[in-house]
Design a binder for this molecule. Structure first.
Ligand SMILES: *Cc1c(COP(=O)(O)O)cnc(C)c1O
Length: 387
């Protein structure tokens, strides 16, 4: 875009990083299924020499996602975990990480079972409580890893406050913005150094691709991360990049509907006597509602609900849906239901799970973009199994 005026989110989603193919005029970014690129003379290239290092379809995606987060630089990965792995490569033995305690399971696992054995130690703290972060700092702390809203309790962390404290101590902040998406929340604008997404979720949006991304505004940091991206090689194939690019074109429209549906579902659940509590950042009853309103544009598509139920009853409810599908993952157009205690968060010991506020009757909904009335009717039908 040539004008000085800053384009809106929808315009960026559809156009950023994507210009018509110079050789044919194809309006959609071609899927460059090539591993190598012919050189005119040794080392005289058109900017591409090998597809692990760079691929034009990936470049389009990286520029598109960077623009959506208000960042200068993007790096694409084969999965969300490959993206997080890339950031952890910045660390060396003896370094210390502080991470939230209500975290994506795979992030917990890579810290505890992969990087711990290379001498990187992590302290998990409740980053939703002001002051906990400060108390966890050591001289060796190099990275703070924060997710907001958290998974599955959908608590919110104050990104501005966290980034400010980290900046004073010259500690990097990595914000996992997967649940909120760049449409609802922009961690770089709030002071964070790096933002990551599992593009598998809302950015892809159609449950047909696995991918990840890192975005930063710091050229030096970008250079170091690009070195690890190329050295470790967890890059996405061009078809995967194309699918995520196709997804981001409708991100703003999908998120509007996800948020509307989630709010309707959350309100309906909150009024139901079979429900102990509903966790949704846009409900005034949510403990971090004021912060969510400050930091996010809307409440997102994820709703967690604690049913008055035992493990057995919750499992029965989860198996009784007709519109919601029982599955891990989230962020697609279709609605999904998950029982964290026996599915996504089963690896956490029961006592630790309950201590963290994750009760056996908790179910997590990824509210899709179907008709809200059908979703509510489906919830009502499944919850009849509680009798
Ligand atoms: C899914 C997810 C990841 C991991 O992404 P993959 O694409 O599955 O590797 C990381 N963080 C969050 C918040 C996620 O939901």
């Amino acid at each position: 875009m040539k004008s000085e005026r800053k384009a809106g989110f929808g315009t960026l989603a559809i156009h950023a990083g994507q210009s018509p193919d110079p050789t044919t005029g194809a309006i959609m970014t071609p899927v460059y299924l090539t591993s190598t690129y012919v050189q005119e003379a040794p080392s005289k290239t058109k900017g591409y020499d090998y597809s692990r290092t760079h691929n034009p379809t990936r470049t389009a995606l990286e520029q598109n996602l960077a623009a959506l987060e208000g960042g200068k630089f993007g790096l694409g990965f084969a999965s969300g975990m490959a993206a997080i792995h890339c950031v952890l490569n910045l660390l060396r033995a003896g370094d210390h990480v502080i991470a939230g305690n209500d975290l994506y399971g795979g992030t917990y696992r890579i810290l505890q079972t992969v990087f711990a054995k290379f001498g990187v130690e992590t302290t998990f703290v409740d980053l939703t409580v002001p002051g906990r972060l400060e108390a966890a700092f050591r001289d060796s702390t190099k990275l703070v890893l924060v997710e907001t809203p958290t998974n599955p309790l959908l608590r919110c962390c104050d990104l501005t406050a966290i980034a400010k404290v980290c900046r004073q101590r010259k500690v990097l902040t990595l914000a996992d913005n997967t649940f909120a998406t760049p449409y609802l929340q922009n961690p770089l604008a709030l002071g964070c150094d790096i933002v990551t997404h599992s593009t598998t979720k809302y950015l892809g949006g159609h449950s047909d691709v696995v991918g990840g991304v890192l975005i930063t505004n710091d050229a030096e940091l970008h250079k170091r991360l690009a070195h690890f991206q190329n050295s470790c090689g967890g890059t996405p194939g061009p078809m995967d990049c194309f699918l995520v690019l196709r997804g981001t074109k409708t991100l703003h429209i999908r998120m509007e509907r996800h948020c509307q549906n989630a709010m309707q579902v959350a309100k309906w659940l909150e009024a139901d006597t079979r429900v102990a509590r509903v966790l949704y950042p846009w409900l005034p009853s949510h403990p971090n509602h004021a912060l969510a309103k400050r930091q996010m544009r809307a409440g997102g598509g994820m709703v967690s609900v604690e049913l008055k139920a035992t493990v057995a009853q919750a499992k029965k409810v989860c198996s009784s849906f007709q519109v919601f599908s029982l599955a891990e993952s989230l962020g697609g157009v279709e609605s999904l239901v998950d029982h964290p205690a026996t599915m996504t968060h089963a690896s956490i010991p029961p006592a630790a799970r309950r201590a963290a506020g994750l009760e056996d009757g908790l179910i997590r909904l990824s509210v899709g973009i179907e008709d809200a009335d059908d979703l509510i009717a489906d919830l009502d039908r499944a919850m009849r199994r509680l009798k």
